[in-house]
Design a protein around this ligand. Structure first.
Ligand code: IPD
Ligand code: CA
Ligand code: CA
Length: 273
């Protein structure tokens, strides 16, 4: 399936930023690192990659708006188009030399994501999708897994840590997952978690307290691969809520049910305290 001109621009930007990240990965011990909040790192590599992506996208579409994790929002003359960019998703992995991180670029048109690229430069896997045109991994069409048995499912999740997120609720959610699924994984890069649901490596994924740049491209990959994506209440506007539940139709519904039960348990546990 030939890609549109705008998707080719996004892929080129992701590759260029990926080359810069690969170079920095080799120098990770010398990288300047600072904290954005409790255990929330940013490095010179994140900032460099974001500038490269901005440069490439602005060259091709100078009027589009730009929302980047590190540089924030940049207004564009064209109010209906906005890039949503995470230059390095998985910064903590990157800082530890764990080759599981990605450049994530989404294109939003009139409030809906219409194109997405998630590129892991460490293994050269590029996931792309355009609305209505399907999802691809290295140019091969991908579909979500068809499994409909919880006991066979491998599921990924976020794991709130010190100072970020509701630890008590997460304990109940993780306990519910441990009792129902074949495996639970915490990989540390939300955009890749969604991409792996889209290509069927993972049967489902859930996480809370994410930002639009963690979710924009990955959510379109799942939808274009035949999957379902919503917030933890089953509603669609995940870029606003920051919570995500993704999977095939069966897994998405079942995970929503388990999360609801876990929230009720957490509520009861809190009352008992
Ligand atoms: C983080 C990763 C991580 C998720 C965090 C995100 P970053 O993105 O996606 O998996 O649990 O909430 O902030 O900070 O590495 O771009
Ligand atoms: Ca991120
Ligand atoms: Ca990031």
């Amino acid at each position: 399936m030939p890609h549109s001109a705008v998707l080719n621009v996004m892929i080129k930007a992701a590759y260029r930023a990926g080359r810069s990240l690969k170079r920095d990965l080799g120098e990770v011990e010398n990288l300047q690192v600072s904290l954005k909040g409790p255990r929330n790192f940013v490095t010179a590599a994140d900032r460099r990659a974001e500038e490269i992506v901005y440069e490439e996208l602005a060259k091709a579409r100078p009027d589009y708006g730009f929302l980047g994790e590190e540089g924030g929002a940049r207004e564009g003359a064209d109010k209906s188009h906005r890039w949503i960019v995470d230059p390095l998703d998985g910064t903590t992995n990157f800082l530890h030399g764990i080759p599981h991180f990605a450049v994530s670029i989404g294109l939003e048109r009139d409030g809906a994501v219409v194109a997405g690229v998630v590129y892991n430069p460490a293994n050269d896997e590029v996931f792309v999708a355009e609305r209505g045109k399907g999802a691809y991994l290295n140019d091969k069409r991908i579909r979500v897994a068809a499994r409909e048995k919880l006991a066979d499912a491998v599921v990924a999740c976020g794991m709130p840590h010190y100072g970020r997120g509701d630890l008590a609720l997460a304990r109940h959610e993780i306990a519910a997952a441990q009792q129902n699924f074949a495996g639970l994984r915490r990989y540390g890069a939300a955009a890749l978690d969604l991409a792996w649901v889209a290509c069927g490596r993972l049967d489902a994924y859930w996480e809370r307290n994410l930002a639009p740049w963690d979710l924009a491209a990955g959510s379109l990959l799942v939808r274009e691969a035949g999957g379902f994506v919503s917030d933890c209440d089953g509603k669609g506007d995940i870029l606003k809520s920051g919570d995500v539940v993704a999977g095939n139709d069966f897994m998405h519904r079942e995970l929503l049910r388990l999360l609801k039960e876990a929230a009720a348990e957490a509520g009861k546990a809190e009352i008992r305290q």
